[in-house]
Design a protein around this ligand. Structure first.
Ligand SMILES: [Zn+2]
Length: 143
């Protein structure tokens, strides 16, 4: 059965049985899961992060961005979830899929790089703080 409307279910743990027409959202584990809206029965896991999917809540409706592209499944369905509505989009060609996968990989790498840079910077700042403290301690002994 083709799903036209999907309702959010907020859970801590993803349940064993995923019902059609429901989007299970675990904010604890930053993951959402639903059954492919084409009715093929495949379970679609969408991690929620700045480089994966973003869940937008509006009253009691939800939107997922970007679109859901199930190109790893035989149905290859592609749709948007906007305000609980399933909006069907064009199927991608193999070339478009390859381009998106390439871009996704790049986005992830950039995200990891910038995170690493943040960590390194914060360590360097700590070092500064440490050396300043050390200097002030040494100056105490000098006087
Ligand atoms: Zn499907």
């Amino acid at each position: 059965m083709v799903v036209k409307k999907i309702t959010p279910v907020y859970v801590e743990f993803i349940p064993e049985i995923i019902e059609e027409g429901k989007l299970y959202v675990s904010e604890t584990y930053q993951t959402a899961i639903h059954k492919c809206c084409c009715g093929c029965g495949e379970e679609v896991v969408t991690p929620l992060s700045p480089v994966d999917w973003q869940l937008k809540k509006n009253m009691d409706t939800i939107s997922l961005r970007p679109s859901i592209g199930n190109w790893n499944y035989s149905c290859k369905s592609h749709y948007f979830i906007t305000n609980n509505q399933v909006i069907w989009a064009n199927r991608f060609t193999q070339k478009q899929i390859a381009n998106i996968q390439k871009k996704d990989k790049l986005d992830k790498q950039n995200y990891i790089d910038s995170k690493n840079k943040q960590i390194i910077n914060s360590l360097l700042n700590d070092d500064n703080w440490l050396s300043k403290t050390w200097k002030s301690i040494k100056s105490l002994f000098r006087s």
